[in-house]
Design a protein around this ligand. Structure first.
Ligand code: GTP
Ligand code: MG
Length: 259
């Protein structure tokens, strides 16, 4: 390659490789999604189609990028986890961050019509992102627990808030009623006033969404006698589990296995 006198400008590029042996998390978050949800008349507090669209984008991310081993999403945010040994783009922070945000956003726009066939996209959705490093898998679990606790607290509050508002309270009255109320009292309020059992709400609303690879049995073809030929394959799957307790991680130890 020609070595021009301009070549020296490359020396101004910082080396932004993330430290080795650290787990990597990229978290993206919808910008101004409060307004975005109003403009597109999302259901309150949870719009199933909007959440399914976010999940479809995350599934596509894992199908596209094998280095992502797990993703957790709630509301307008998604966290993507890469193994501590990942050499994805030589661990360069700006590359990893920018491609996550641009790929996710592109898929969101591409799939919009699939999830909202009767609604036009009125403004461009866009996401901010950050990249974080954690030195141990234990901290990744705590990170994910932190996001799921947030999901629970917000969802429980929003469920109460919108039930009160839909029953005729003003937003201010609903806010006043819920101020300082304990978690178990919020469940009690839902049950007493609205006959709603919080635990019976869809798991996607209460637990958020997990995307990872799992072994699934698939029919690959039919033999000459017409019987299905099955193979075990690793496939990107979506679920709404408790990831705070040990059960999910006990059943899927390979996801956060350290080298
Ligand atoms: P920035 O992220 O700071 O740009 O602001 P934001 O408006 O995106 O708010 P934030 O990320 O803190 O919160 C996400 C917001 O998106 C929620 O407060 C809701 O207003 C909206 N949102 C996300 N999911 C849903 C949904 O399923 N239904 C409705 N109605 N709104 C949603
Ligand atoms: Mg947001």
């Amino acid at each position: 390659m020609a070595n021009s006198k301009f070549e020296y400008v490359k020396e101004f590029e910082p080396d932004d490789r993330l430290p080795p042996s650290n787990w990597i998390v990229v978290r993206i978050d919808g910008c101004h999604f409060h307004q975005f949800s109003v403009d597109h008349a999302f259901e309150k507090p949870n719009d199933e189609n909007a959440l399914n669209l976010m999940n479809a984008c995350a599934v596509s991310m894992l199908e596209q990028f094998p280095d992502i081993v797990f993703a957790y999403g709630v509301s307008d945010e998604y966290s993507f986890v890469l193994k501590e040994t990942s050499q994805f783009y030589q661990r360069r922070a700006s590359k990893i961050l920018s491609l996550t945000v641009s790929y996710f956003t592109a898929v969101y726009v591409m799939k919009w019509k699939e999830f909202f066939p009767h609604k036009d996209l009125k403004r461009p959705p866009f996401f901010d992102g950050r990249v974080l490093c954690y030195p141990r898998a234990k901290i990744i679990r705590d990170y994910l627990s932190w996001r799921q606790v947030d999901c629970h607290i917000n969802n429980q509050y929003n469920t109460c808030f919108w039930m009160l508002v839909k029953s005729g309270k003003t937003e201010r009255e609903a806010q006043e009623m819920l101020k300082g109320m304990l978690s178990k009292d919020k469940n009690e309020l839902l049950f007493q006033q609205f006959g709603a059992n919080y635990d019976k709400l869809p798991a996607m609303f209460r637990k958020g969404s997990c995307v990872y690879r799992d072994k699934v049995e698939e029919t690959v073809k039919f033999d000459l006698t017409g019987n299905p030929v099955k193979r075990i394959r690793k496939k990107v799957v979506l679920g709404h589990f408790d990831i705070i307790g040990p059960n999910f991680w006990r059943e899927h130890p390979e996801i956060l296995e350290e080298d």
